[in-house]
Every structure is written in C-alpha cells, then in structure tokens.
Design a protein around this ligand. Structure first.
Ligand code: NDP
Length: 303
C-alpha cells in the first residue's frame, strides 16, 4: 500500500528560498516586481491570479494587476506587454492563460521579454531548456523536479513516463527529467498500448486533463506517481467510478455537487505505487511556489 505524497514541505522550501533572495535583493534596494495581466472574466483564472498575487505579498514581492476587458484584441494586449517590457521597474510579466479565443496566444508569449518571462513559455526560454542553458523554465514541471529531488530517491537512470505533451507541462517536464538523467518516454493521445508502456515506469507524471485516466493497471508496483491534472467533476456516475463511497472526497461531492480530481485514479493507484500526489493540495501549490522563485530569478537577471 502506497502513501499520499505531500507536496507541502517542498512548497515551503521553495517559498523560503524565494524569501531569502527577496531579503538579499532588498539590501541592495531592489524589490522584485511581478506584473500580472488577466484578460476577461474566467472564474478559474481569477482564482489563480488572486492566489499568485497573495503569495507575492506574503514574500515581499511587489505585484501589479492589469485587468483587461474580455473583448481585448491581440494588438491591444501586445501594447500592454510592450509597455511592461520597457518598464525597468517591472521584473516579471505573467499573462494568465488561457486567453480569449480572438487573441493570438503564441504572439503574446513571443512578445514578452525572455528575461521577464516568469512562466518560462517564451521560445527563447524553451530553447535554453532544450540546450541545457540557464533560463526561466515552466513552474509546474520545475516544481515537480523539486518534489522528486526532495524525495531522496535517485533519479539518474530511472525510467520516467510523462503522460501528455503540452508545451506548458508535458514537453518541459520531459526535458527536465532528461536533464536529471532519467530515461524518458512520452505518452500522448496517439500512443498505442499506453498502459503497457506506463507500467514500465519508475516515475509517472500525468498531465492530461482526463480525470482518473492513469489507473492501477498503468502502474508498476513501487512507482512514484505525480498527478498534475486538475479537473472538476460534477457528474455523479463519474464521481462514483473514481471515488470510494466511504471517503471524505465523496462526502464533499455529496455536499457540493462537485469535486476536484486529478488525471490519476488516486484510490486504485495508492494500492500499487509507493507515493501518489493528491489533488487538490498537491502539484498546484508547487506551481505557485516556483513562480515566486522565477520572479526573484527574473529580478536578479535584470541587475
Ligand atoms: P493539454 O490539454 O494542453 O494537453 C493534454 C495532453 O494530454 C496532450 O498532449 C494530449 O495528447 C494528451 N492526452 C489527451 N488525452 C489523452 C489520452 N486519452 N491518452 C494519452 N494522452 C492524452 O493540457 P495541459 O498540459 O495544459 O494540462 C494537463 C492537466 O494539468 C489539466 O488537467 C490541467 O488543468 C492541469 N494543469 C495543472 C497545473 C498545476 O499547477 N497543477 C498547471 C497546468 C496544468 P495530444 O497532444 O496527442 O493531443
């Protein structure tokens, strides 16, 4: 029987690391400054943005919030990014994704000054990661690496399987695991026999957006399982399929009619894996903590 893999102490370590550097920069008269841009009214994005701003405040990182109307077009958003790029008092720029459909997301990402790109999505930072050069790298996969390192397990030579190949999680995750000397496989929607491939993994990172896709049949006994997925479940039949009737999570579903669930079938995988991260309260907190590390790194880069 495996264990719930708490991400709390890794997140606290990342935040403490950022706080120490904020203090060191403060002694030189520099306060890291993050500009957060939100376009539209997406409720999940609003929650993410307010969590990020609150965490900045708790560490002494200055944040400014730029709220734009839902019908903003690409050129108008490019003008905001350009202004923030030229503002020497702003060290980090975060444009909250996803953007409304009328905006060309890749043009916006490419317009952010790479050394202010705290999300690590700019093509220059993607290239730096791929080449093994220093840069700002995506917060979720960086948080996962911090968790794996802190686990005390050796990563070198281990077979890591990443489920999902998005630009923001799957691909950078695979690059970072490769950098740790793992042997890396990537599963995507066209992969044949994904469960068979995944069963060979010592480390599984699931970032798919499909609740409970990775179940016990995908897991080798003793594997380390990281669940990046955040999905809202509102369908009772689906909830009953994923969540034991007598669990706290089912109680929460019964009370609220909705619950957050990851891409890993948590309760079945616990029987086989050594460690499984929970959702919520798992990788999400590492993502925000690593964003703070990137804000400080961006401020340092610009000195
Ligand atoms: P995307 O939708 O951009 O990518 C999903 C990936 O999963 C794609 O590569 C897709 O393959 C693959 N996929 C879809 N269905 C299957 C399947 N049946 N079998 C195998 N692979 C499949 O998602 P993101 O990477 O942006 O996000 C993934 C999850 O992580 C979401 O739940 C999201 O909410 C969550 N997330 C959580 C974060 C956190 O802080 N914890 C941060 C970012 C995301 P293909 O390329 O072939 O289409």
């Amino acid at each position: 029987m495996g264990k719930r893999w708490s991400c709390k102490s890794t997140a606290e370590n990342l935040l403490a690391q950022a706080k120490t550097k904020v203090a060191a920069l403060g002694e030189r008269g520099i306060q890291p400054h993050l500009a957060v841009v939100l376009v539209g009214e997406d409720p999940a994005s609003k929650v993410y943005v307010s969590n990020k701003i609150r965490t900045c405040e708790s560490l002494g990182i200055k944040s400014t919030f730029h709220k734009l109307e839902a019908d903003t077009d690409t050129d108008a958003l490019l003008a905001v990014v350009d202004e923030l790029n030229r503002d020497t008092k702003v060290h980090g720029i975060l444009v909250q994704l996803p953007l409304p459909k009328q905006i060309d997301e890749s043009r916006i990402i490419a317009a952010i000054e790479p050394d202010k790109d705290v999300d690590g999505f700019h093509p220059v930072n993607v290239g730096r990661l791929s080449l093994g050069e220093p840069g700002l790298f995506p917060c979720t996969p960086m948080g996962v690496i911090a968790l794996l390192r802190q686990s005390g397990h050796s990563l070198s030579g281990k077979h890591a399987v990443v489920v999902g190949r998005s630009n923001i999680v799957g691909k950078p995750m695979a690059q970072l695991l490769l950098k740790e000397n793992c042997t890396v496989s990537i599963i995507h929607s066209r992969t044949q026999n994904p469960a068979e491939l995944c069963r060979q993994a010592d480390i599984v990172v699931a970032a798919v957006g499909r609740p409970g896709l990775v179940d016990a049949d995908w897991i080798k006994p003793g594997a380390l399982v990281v669940d990046v997925g955040i999905n809202e479940i509102t369908d009772r039949a689906q909830a009953e399929n994923l969540i034991p009737a007598d669990s706290k999570k089912m109680k929460a579903f019964n009370e609220k009619g909705r619950v957050l669930y990851g891409d890993v079938h948590y309760f079945s995988c616990l029987d086989k894996a050594e460690l499984v991260t929970p959702v919520p309260g798992g990788i999400g907190r590492l993502t925000i903590a690593h964003l703070m590390v990137n804000c400080v790194a961006a401020a340092e880069l610009q000195q």
